[in-house]
Design a protein around this ligand. Structure first.
Ligand code: CP3
Length: 371
């Protein structure tokens, strides 16, 4: 099946473009906000759906993916400024031919991880991205239609290094010692694996954009496990390649597309300067950086996204408000900033407390910008 290029005129008119303006560096009347993992287990309505369907069935069924993507948008009507398609970064290793399960208590699990480079022969030589990941494209098209222009929709992908780490470790790991061993033992084959993953990722992002995604985010969740020299050799070149090739491919579509791209190299604070000059319009930062130093180091021309510690959401309404005031004072509220958390919200967070966080961002930034 071939998917067409869908454009704004194929969808309901967008009523809230705050996040797109912030990503482009335009001034905003208040700070846009969204939350990583905003559709997830902290919401009782998500847990209801999860009782009946396993995780990857939800991802693979456009109606279900759409339903759970819209849950936080309905619940926090007027308080969230973006939606993100419900899926997972591990759908790309699945498209490459590896089996991935989502275990109830343990998270992702690969029954047969890549143990050494000879196992790379188990990966598909060529991946038909429309065939393997078309369900994500269909979920995006349906969700953007059902959003009815309330907020823009993010597509996303895992980054090559993070996906390589999962493919080798077979799941979560404290040290990533198996994946990092590859970088020292098999550097050539590591580059080959990263390159093959990159090729699929670029097509996957382009497919999401064609299907109606309005922003694209790349998650390099395990970037911070790499010392700077290894990040420079095995992560950064592929992040840059993804940006450049995706933008070029989008510009060559008929009609051409263009949209902001966000990079999240979690833990790689040492690379902030380099990330800020890599092309990505938006840099998501984790809680290890203060707003002031992140802004100083990233320069004035890139949009920053983040970065409250998710544990702030355990705090009282007053604590949340005070921390938001400090965070927004640090980042500034007029332009080049998108509020989020510094990583995904936790399953035991209270939906009510998250509402206080979203309200605080709206109220503090509206007040600041009215002055
Ligand atoms: O943000 C959103 O609302 C969109 C959906 C989304 C999910 N995963 C849904 C999900 C996104 C953007 C992701 C990205 C993702 N997945 C990342 C990058 C972001 C990060 O956290 O660093 C990573 C590393 C993964 C891999 C992954 N998927 C892990 C480690 C886990 C287990 C986490 C846990 O807390 O158990 C998942 C599962 C997962 N992905 C869940 C959700 C809602 C929970 C699974 C469930 O419902 O059983």
């Amino acid at each position: 099946k071939q998917y067409p290029v869908l454009t704004d005129s194929d969808f309901p008119q967008l009523k809230n473009d705050l996040i797109l303006r912030a990503a482009r560096g335009e001034t905003v009347e208040r700070v846009p906000v969204w939350i990583m993992r905003q559709a997830g287990r902290y919401l009782p309505e998500f847990r209801e759906v999860r009782k009946k369907h396993d995780f990857f069935s939800i991802c693979r069924t456009p109606e279900l993916a759409c339903t759970v993507t819209l849950q936080p948008i309905d619940r926090y009507a007027g308080l969230l400024d973006a939606s993100i398609i419900f899926s997972d970064i591990l759908v790309v290793p699945q498209a490459l031919g590896l089996e991935v399960q989502m275990l109830e208590s343990k998270g992702p699990h690969f029954p047969e991880p890549l143990v050494d480079p000879s196992h790379m022969s188990r990966l598909a030589k060529t991946v038909d991205v429309d065939k393997e990941l078309g369900y994500v494209f269909e979920a995006i098209t349906l969700t953007r239609t059902k959003l009815d222009g309330r907020v823009p929709l993010f597509g996303f992908t895992g980054a090559p290094w993070t996906l390589m780490a999962y493919m080798i470790e077979g799941g979560g790991s404290k040290t990533l010692s198996k994946a990092k061993a590859w970088l020292f033992m098999y550097p050539k084959e590591s580059h080959e694996l990263l390159q093959r993953t990159t090729d699929v990722i670029v097509e996957y992002l382009v497919g999401q954009a064609k299907a109606g995604a309005q922003l694209l985010q790349v998650f390099d969740s395990w970037a911070g496990e790499l010392p700077p020299a290894l990040f420079d050799e095995f992560a950064m070149p592929y992040l840059k390649q993804i940006y450049t090739r995706t933008k070029k491919a989008l510009s060559e579509l008929s009609p051409p597309l263009d949209m902001p791209m966000v990079v999240f190299a979690r833990g790689a604070h040492y690379a902030l300067e380099e990330l800020a000059s890599s092309g990505y319009e938006v840099i998501q930062i984790d809680p290890s950086l203060s707003a002031e130093s992140a802004r100083k180091r990233a320069g004035a021309n890139v949009t920053l996204q983040g970065n409250a510690d998710p544990c702030l959401i355990y705090g009282s309404k007053e604590t949340i408000y005070a921390n938001v005031e400090t965070m927004l004072a640090g980042f500034g509220t007029e332009s080049h900033y998108i509020a989020n958390l510094g990583h995904g919200i936790y399953p035991d967070h209270s939906p009510e407390h998250l509402k206080w966080y979203l309200e605080a961002i709206r109220d503090v930034s509206t007040k600041n910008n009215a002055k």
